[in-house]
Design a protein around this ligand. Structure first.
Ligand code: NDP
Length: 230
């Protein structure tokens, strides 16, 4: 039994991951922006009362992140952090269309948010015998695979997250730090035409959180466990 910490666990892939984690008998600290309104999460709480802690956190708000970690007990251990929360803000696809305010918000949530959460989680991860951090990235953050261009902000935000995760892996040889692409998934972000269901993606991602270890640190995989190019 491990203790997982998941951001953006109220819907989409984050909710699917939360279900997988609890179903397998683990402990879960799950965060979202507005816990009160999240019926799906409270249903999980009803089923796994002893194993789940639901906390409010907006990853774009430093105080909100700090408050969550300050509320954890001194003996709290986090074995596995999954930074899942993210946004894909739509504006035009071309250089001339870039809205830098929206870009800045995307970078704040998708790149800096996970790193701030990881920075605060580090003392709790260090208490684990096998600390792991998984950053939910996207193939759109792959520079090698970018043949169609566009989506400047989202692509850049995930590329930055990838690079920072590699730095974390180099700096912390005893911690597993990996970036995971969840597939193109049927969520409000992925849309209904996406080929992968939330359950398929979440199941694959969860299996990887158990299977991958320090020898895989600093690498980039998709939800099927296939290595992807940076
Ligand atoms: P959804 O849009 O369904 O869910 C996004 C989640 O992120 C929600 O829980 C949302 O919370 C949360 N979130 C957004 N902004 C913040 C914030 N400031 N603070 C805290 N939580 C926030 O997306 P998915 O489930 O599809 O995406 C999950 C991850 O997977 C993202 O990182 C995304 O980039 C990545 N991804 C998804 C793909 C797909 O095809 N779906 C493909 C590749 C990567 P709230 O409900 O409050 O808005």
């Amino acid at each position: 039994m491990k203790t997982y910490f998941v951001t953006g666990g109220n819907r989409g892939i984050g909710l699917g991951l939360s279900r997988e984690i609890l179903k397998a008998g683990n402990q879960l600290i799950v965060t979202c922006r507005n816990p009160k309104g999240e019926r799906d999460l409270w249903e999980l709480e009803g089923d796994y009362h002893e194993k789940i802690k639901i906390l409010e956190m907006d990853v774009s708000d430093d105080m909100s992140i700090q408050k969550v970690f300050a509320s954890l007990g001194i003996d709290q251990v986090i074995d596995t952090l999954i930074n899942n929360a993210g946004v894909f803000e739509q504006f035009g696809e071309k250089l001339a269309d870039i809205d830098f305010e929206k870009m800045s918000r995307t970078l704040l949530i998708n790149s800096m948010g996970p790193m701030k959460v990881l920075q605060q989680a580090l003392p709790f991860l260090k208490k684990s015998s096998e600390p792991k951090v998984f950053q939910i990235t996207s193939e759109m953050g792959s520079i090698a695979n970018n043949t169609s261009g566009g989506s400047y902000a989202y692509r850049a935000s995930k590329a930055a997250l990838n690079m920072m995760t590699k730095c974390v892996a180099v700096e912390n040889p005893n911690m597993t730090a990996v970036v995971l692409h969840p597939g193109w998934v049927q969520t409000s972000m992925g849309g209904s035409n996406a080929p992968v269901t939330v359950d398929e993606s979440a199941h694959g991602l969860f299996e990887l959180t158990m299977k991958l270890d320090v020898k895989d640190s600093g690498r980039f995989f998709n939800f099927k466990g296939e290595e992807r190019p940076w």
